[in-house]
Design a protein around this ligand. Structure first.
Ligand SMILES: NC(=O)C1=CN([C@@H]2O[C@H](COP(=O)(O)OP(=O)(O)OC[C@H]3O[C@@H](n4cnc5c(N)ncnc54)[C@H](OP(=O)(O)O)[C@@H]3O)[C@@H](O)[C@H]2O)C=CC1
Ligand SMILES: CC(C)(CO)C(=O)C(=O)O
Length: 297
């Protein structure tokens, strides 16, 4: 399969590197990483230890492939979609965190848009080198749910490359469940500067669980069956599986980078507001992270 990975930072380089073991892959990223990969290949370390030689470019315009996989940060999706629209793809898959990415892609692209979640951990450590910090899985499917031939084809391509993959017919629920996980873990660990496992107990657990319950209530108002219990259980399951991980939002804060707060807790607050639902913990977490962002612009 001919695949473009659009946004070859940490997650995109890991997924692109894994796929490049079986498929023709083009990474779209920034220099010097893109040039290093093009000239010397991509080393995948951490839980893996191999080198591959995918194509790599910093120009995301007028590309053509069977599939484009979007792995930019949520606040970069609009710009990415505009560039993807200059190319041609049989299908486009988002593996991003946060809500709203698939809708943005669908507004700009005629290709079928697939939704996906990723629980692999990845960190781009040097130009040309990505570390896998945790084996997880990719869940993908039609963004509105149901069956999808495009999802079946892409899921088969992921599996043949040795990626833990599930093809799901309930992606709206999966996205909301992942949103509850990120709404609970990401800002709590970012603001407290703690590893993910800290949300398994004490005040952090209470805050993360309440943020997840608020998220589940908004999901139900949006027509998605996600119980409070399932949302809290998902937070605790992921925190337990990534107990020593530094969440992506904590990485962003400690690197003084813009976070995805608007697409995570901010989305819960905004969507809840449309349904007349108050979400005080999400509002507080979002407000504190946005205050940090404003003070560190
Ligand atoms: N890292 C992880 O372990 C996981 C990440 N995720 C999610 O995956 C998504 C990506 O995360 P992550 O990989 O950590 O983020 P990164 O910032 O490491 O990767 C995104 C990369 O895309 C680049 N980029 C953005 N726009 C363009 C463009 N138009 N052309 C070329 N390159 C572009 C960025 O460059 P620049 O920064 O210079 O703009 C950056 O290098 C997020 O939604 C995240 O929440 C989900 C699960 C795990
Ligand atoms: C699941 C979790 C919280 C793992 O750290 C993640 O998706 C992130 O850090 O953004």
């Amino acid at each position: 399969m001919d695949i473009v990975v659009f946004g070859a930072g940490s997650l995109g380089s890991l997924v692109g590197g894994l796929l490049a073991r079986e498929h023709k892959v083009t990474l779209v990223g920034r220099d010097p990483h893109a040039t290093e990969v093009r000239e010397s290949g991509l080393r995948v370390g951490g839980e893996f230890d191999f080198r591959v030689h995918p194509n790599a470019t910093s120009d995301g315009n007028e590309l053509r492939a069977d599939c484009a996989i979007v792995t930019v940060k949520a606040f970069q999706t609009e710009a990415a979609a505009e560039q993807l629209a200059t190319g041609e793809f049989d299908a486009v898959l988002s593996l991003q965190n946060g809500m709203g990415n698939e809708e943005i892609l669908a507004e700009h692209l005629d290709s079928p848009i697939l939704a996906g979640t990723a629980s692999y951990g990845a960190v781009l450590t040097d130009p040309g080198t990505v570390e896998c910090t945790g084996i997880g899985e990719i869940v993908l499917g039609a963004r509105k749910g149901g069956g999808s031939e495009a999802a079946r084809r892409l899921g088969t391509a992921f599996t043949s490359a040795g990626i833990e993959t599930e093809i799901a017919a309930d992606m709206p629920r999966r996205l909301w469940e992942k949103l509850a996980v990120n709404a609970g873990i990401n800002p709590t660990t970012a603001l407290s500067r703690v590893e993910n496992g800290a949300v398994l107990s004490g005040e952090a657990n209470e805050i993360a669980a309440t943020a997840a319950r608020e998220t589940a209530r908004v999901a139900r108002a949006d027509g998605v069956e996600l119980t409070d219990e399932d949302a809290v259980s998902a937070v605790e399951t992921v925190a337990d599986a990534t107990v020593s991980n530094v969440s992506s939002m904590r990485q962003d804060v400690e690197s003084e980078r813009k976070t995805e707060i608007d697409a995570i807790n901010g989305y819960v607050v905004a969507r809840g507001g449309k349904h007349g639902i108050e979400t005080p913990v999400n509002r507080t977490l979002s407000g504190l992270v946005k205050t940090w962002e404003r003070e560190n612009e």
